[in-house]
Design a protein around this ligand. Structure first.
Ligand SMILES: C[S@@+](CC[C@H](N)C(=O)[O-])C[C@H]1O[C@@H](n2cnc3c(N)ncnc32)[C@H](O)[C@@H]1O
Length: 273
């Protein structure tokens, strides 16, 4: 749980970070209503809320689909290894909690390049010897996949779930997100799965929010459905395909039409044949 434990004074970082510069992980935590964030991050969250008052709903829809996809992969698809790329700060229903509830032997490695994720994540996420938090830049797939912390838990000869949840839109086009997805999915065997959720260009509201993200956080690309679908090239999409987040196998009936905020991200799961 974000901020759990009260082990540091309110506005003092646990690791050496520049708290005057907002970070993606901490701004997201602020939008989710967590406590692992500082004034600069809360200022970004405020700006985002000014542009899209229901942005918190969008963020929580993202956490919810993460839980539903991981549950499906662990409980029904037989996946026992999860590589959570751009994992973020711990919050409710983290990947290992969901996966290990349904498959106690499941192994989970969280990757993030924000040192604060490691600092706050270790205590909460490394609850057992089947989970690990590794600080690494996911834009270097070879280094990530060769990291001893990854190799200890992830066997690349067995199917892996590669999670890029709420992550790829924080990469600019010139960082080649599609090439990165391809590098990870090429390294894992058939039967592996890819989970992607992504900001979706649904029209003027999306573009306005993109402006706010780019101006105040520096990243946040709202890509078209076709661009997001292309990340799954070569994979078999699981039904219902790439859809607005609340529509991916909802646990309870979803009221439609969806609100503008709930349509601003799309997600899906693909299986490597
Ligand atoms: C919006 S958060 C998503 C967290 C979580 N996956 C979720 O959906 O709830 C995106 C995360 O990606 C991380 N991130 C951004 N760029 C990264 C990079 N190049 N390498 C590793 N992590 C990165 C950020 O630090 C942040 O924690």
């Amino acid at each position: 749980m974000a901020g759990q434990g009260g082990y540091r004074p309110a506005d003092e970082p646990a690791v050496a970070v520049d708290v005057t510069v907002p970070s993606i992980a901490r701004a997201y935590d602020a939008v989710l209503g967590g406590k692992d964030n500082y004034a600069a991050d809360r200022a970004v969250a405020d700006q985002l809320r000014r542009t899209m008052p229901a942005i918190g709903e969008l963020a929580w829809s993202n956490r919810a689909i993460l839980g539903r996809t991981v549950r499906h992969l662990a409980a029904e698809a037989g996946i026992r290894q999860f590589l959570d790329l751009g994992a973020g700060l711990p919050t409710m229903e983290n990947t290992h909690q969901v996966a290990q509830r349904h498959a106690p032997a499941a192994r989970v490695v969280y990757i993030d390049n924000d040192p604060i994720v490691l600092a706050h994540g270790r205590a909460l996420l490394e609850e057992n010897d089947r989970t690990a938090v590794v600080t690494a830049d996911l834009r270097a797939p070879e280094a990530v996949l060769a990291d001893p912390g990854v190799r200890r838990l992830i066997d690349l000869s067995e199917p892996v779930a590669v999670l890029l949840v709420g992550m790829l839109h924080h990469l600019h086009d010139d960082e080649d997100p599609a090439g990165l997805v391809d590098a990870y999915m090429s390294a894992v065997p058939p039967g592996s799965h890819l989970v992607v959720t992504h900001f979706c260009d649904t029209g003027p509201d999306a573009r306005e929010l993109q402006e706010t993200f780019l101006r105040f956080l520096g990243t946040g690309r709202f890509r078209t459905t076709a661009e997001i679908a292309a990340y799954f090239d070569g994979l078999d999409m699981l039904p219902p395909g790439l859809v607005p987040l609340p529509l991916w196998r909802p646990d309870t009936p979803v009221e439609e039409p969806l609100s503008t905020a709930r349509r601003l991200m799309a997600g899906g799961v693909g299986r490597k044949p």
